[in-house]
Design a protein around this ligand. Structure first.
Ligand SMILES: [Cu+2]
Length: 244
């Protein structure tokens, strides 16, 4: 499943299932769950594995109060499951198991950055109080181990997406994750702080932005740049490019 350019809350009714991967990265040891709501950030992808009952269908229903919510999805045949409030909110921070892979809060990081996500007047969405392209890039060397903490100091959800890399989610609100979760887009709700880490193994000039695209277009966009990589292109309408 994926969302569109806005975050979706998807209720799953009528059968047990596993979340086997997020953003294309497998989750080790996924457990069987039922009647859960999945918060799927804009740009995220979830892979679900169902046990379809013989006499009842599975229903996936977006509960976002948004005219652009996803259409209902029916799987299997038989009676409709009872709709209503899903019993729990899927918590990826305590789902699956851990296979130590050398990347943890105890790792020695070459680059450590903090990003404060917020907003200011005129509906501008900011990172560290600035909007693109006034936000300084995060500069890395190939091979660096990079840790970024991000706090949503405003309202709403910011699904923060990094191009060119997948990152490991290390902690939420200071509490280390008990499983190995890799993503390329992490939804951060108001008041939440996450720490993520990645290996700088793909030299380039990469966008890091909120995947709620009207937030991205309103400032919440920055770059992760490798030293020594340049581009002839410039940012802004003077270049002749009109941003969408
Ligand atoms: Cu956002």
């Amino acid at each position: 499943m994926n969302a569109d350019s806005r975050t979706q809350n998807v209720d799953v009714y009528g059968g047990s299932f596993k979340v086997v991967s997020i953003d294309g990265s497998d989750i080790p040891g996924p457990g069987v769950i039922q009647d859960q709501t999945l918060l799927i950030g804009a740009g995220q992808r979830y892979d679900l594995l169902f046990q379809v009952p013989s006499d009842q269908r599975i229903l996936l229903q977006s509960s976002s109060a948004d005219s652009r919510s996803l259409p209902d999805i029916h799987i299997g045949q038989g009676s409709m499951p009872e709709r209503g409030q899903a019993k729990g909110k899927f918590d990826f921070t305590a789902y699956g198991s851990s296979k130590p892979d050398g990347l943890s809060l105890d790792s020695e990081f070459d680059v450590v950055e903090h990003l404060s996500l917020s907003q200011k007047a005129f509906a501008a969405y900011t990172i560290n109080g600035e909007i693109f392209h006034h936000i300084p890039p995060i500069m890395v060397e190939e091979g660096d181990l990079v840790k970024i903490s991000m706090t949503n100091n405003g309202g709403g959800t910011h699904p923060m997406h990094l191009h060119g890399h997948i990152f490991k989610v290390l902690s939420k609100n200071g509490i280390p994750l008990t499983s190995d979760i890799y993503m390329d887009t992490l939804p951060i709700e108001g008041g939440e702080t996450f720490e993520i880490a990645f290996v700088a193994d793909n030299p380039g000039l990469w966008m890091k932005h909120c995947h709620n695209l009207n937030h991205a277009a309103s400032g919440m966009t920055m770059m992760v740049n490798y030293y020594g990589i340049t581009t002839p292109y410039t940012v802004g309408t003077l270049s002749g490019n009109i941003p969408d």
